[in-house]
Design a protein around this ligand. Structure first.
Ligand code: GRF
Length: 203
């Protein structure tokens, strides 16, 4: 069985989408553990309700050693790390050890509205303020940069001139819940290869 870990900081609706895809048989993998960087994250409750081991690595306590602690927990234990709304930045040895085996979901069409400071509702405020006609979500591999890794899947939504950031966020989130389980499925079935930052999908 293909083994994954899911890292989250907040509500965990993307974690829930992965759990649902597994439970309804669309995704054949097992979530070995959920890691949250704060004990308030509702993602922890979602994990526990589904019998998934849940661990808190407190960002305030660990600071810069977060990546090393994640590596200690997951090295040799999982095939893929999924960042589903995980706000701590990962770097160093962890990124090397899990090269092309960490994926992240971002709620815009990268390279728009991404990078340092672009997270949460801010991403959608930027899109609405700019007046773009389409936005969406991006699932990408994680490298040393912020939102700079090779793109696996993007899904688009229409942006209306009268949209609020909250309305856009809700529309994008629906697409995220499709995109993330789909990207995990593709990787878990060995259908993804990366060459020169291009992702080839062999369905
Ligand atoms: C999502 O919008 C995701 O793209 C971003 O953080 C949010 C997490 O939402 N990285 P949730 O915790 O999965 O509901």
């Amino acid at each position: 069985m293909f083994k994954i870990a899911v890292l989250a900081s907040g509500g965990g609706s993307n974690l829930q989408a992965i759990i649902d895809a597994i439970e309804c048989g669309k995704l054949h993998c097992s979530i070995e553990c959920v890691i949250c960087d704060n004990e308030q994250a509702y993602a922890l409750t979602r994990a526990r309700e589904h019998g998934i081991p849940a661990v808190v690595l407190d960002r305030k306590v660990l600071g810069k050693s977060m990546s090393d602690e994640v590596l200690k927990l997951l090295k040799g234990k999982v095939d893929l790390i999924v960042l589903a709304g995980f706000l701590s930045i990962l770097k160093g040895e962890l990124i090397k050890e899990f090269s092309n085996r960490i994926m992240n979901i971002h709620p815009s069409l990268i390279p728009s509205f991404c990078g340092m400071g672009a997270y949460g509702i801010r991403v959608h405020e930027m899109a609405v303020e700019y007046g773009v006609k389409v936005s969406g979500c991006t699932v990408h591999f994680v490298d040393e940069g912020t939102d700079t890794g090779a793109i696996i899947i993007q899904k688009t939504v229409e942006v209306l001139p009268e949209d609020t950031a909250k309305e856009l966020q809700a529309r994008v989130l629906e697409k995220e819940h499709q995109a993330l389980p789909e990207a995990i499925r593709l990787v878990s079935e060995g259908k993804v290869t990366v060459k020169n930052r291009k992702v080839f999908i062999n369905e």
